[in-house]
Design a protein around this ligand. Structure first.
Ligand SMILES: C[S@@+](CC[C@H](N)C(=O)[O-])C[C@H]1O[C@@H](n2cnc3c(N)ncnc32)[C@H](O)[C@@H]1O
Length: 184
């Protein structure tokens, strides 16, 4: 398990300047559609969550889960400012418990962006996400190239198999190592 991202770094990660190298539509445009229920695990201050909330439209919903209340408080403020608060639910979780048992089989798409390397029990987290996905659901795992070696990423990919996922694709995500999964 690596360090948990300090809360103040959340402001940097949520900056619109990040769009220069990680534009949300390029990374998520193939997966997130109107009407979907999506899950953002380790959402931080919502760089991807707000874009997903716009994309799912008023008929969809985004559930954002994070360990740090400060991240979610800022996310909520940003959601209110953008007029998207009705589509975004925030949940403070425990380090080993995402608190999403009530979502079993309801999630169309789950995003795990730059979070798996911070989690003490990645298999436990992946298993909880797997249960939350519906039968046709997909999960995008992306880890920062700067912090996570190829070998470490492949270790996490192996765990996805144990958690009941199969690999659909290895999409190119800027500055990241990434894989897209479906559910067995
Ligand atoms: C590097 S930030 C990435 C934030 C966001 N996904 C993004 O790409 O902008 C990692 C986030 O994961 C959260 N996190 C760390 N450990 C976690 C855990 N065990 N469960 C849920 N969230 C966690 C941190 O609080 C932080 O907000």
């Amino acid at each position: 398990m690596g360090h948990v991202c300090p809360w103040w770094l959340g402001y940097v990660l949520a900056s619109p300047l990040r769009r220069i190298f990680q534009p949300q539509e390029r990374i998520l445009g193939d997966y997130v559609k109107a009407g979907m229920t999506v899950l953002d695990v380790g959402s931080g201050m919502g760089y991807f969550s707000l874009w997903m909330a716009r994309t799912v439209t008023e008929s969809g919903r985004v559930v954002c889960v994070d360990l740090q209340e400060k991240m979610l408080r800022s996310l909520k403020r940003r959601a209110v400012k953008a007029g998207l608060e009705a589509r975004i639910e925030v949940r403070v979780c425990g380090k080993d418990n995402l608190g999403i048992n009530d979502l079993a089989g309801q999630i169309d798409f789950a995003l795990l962006f730059a979070v798996a390397h911070e989690v003490p029990d990645p298999l436990g987290m992946l298993s909880q996400v797997q249960k939350a996905l519906n039968a046709d659901g997909a999960c995008l795992l992306a880890e920062p190239r700067g912090h996570v070696t190829e070998a470490e990423f492949e270790d996490t990919v192996r765990l996805t198999g144990e958690a009941g996922f199969y690999i659909i694709d290895r999409p190119a995500v800027p500055r990241s190592r990434a894989a897209l999964f479906g559910k067995h």
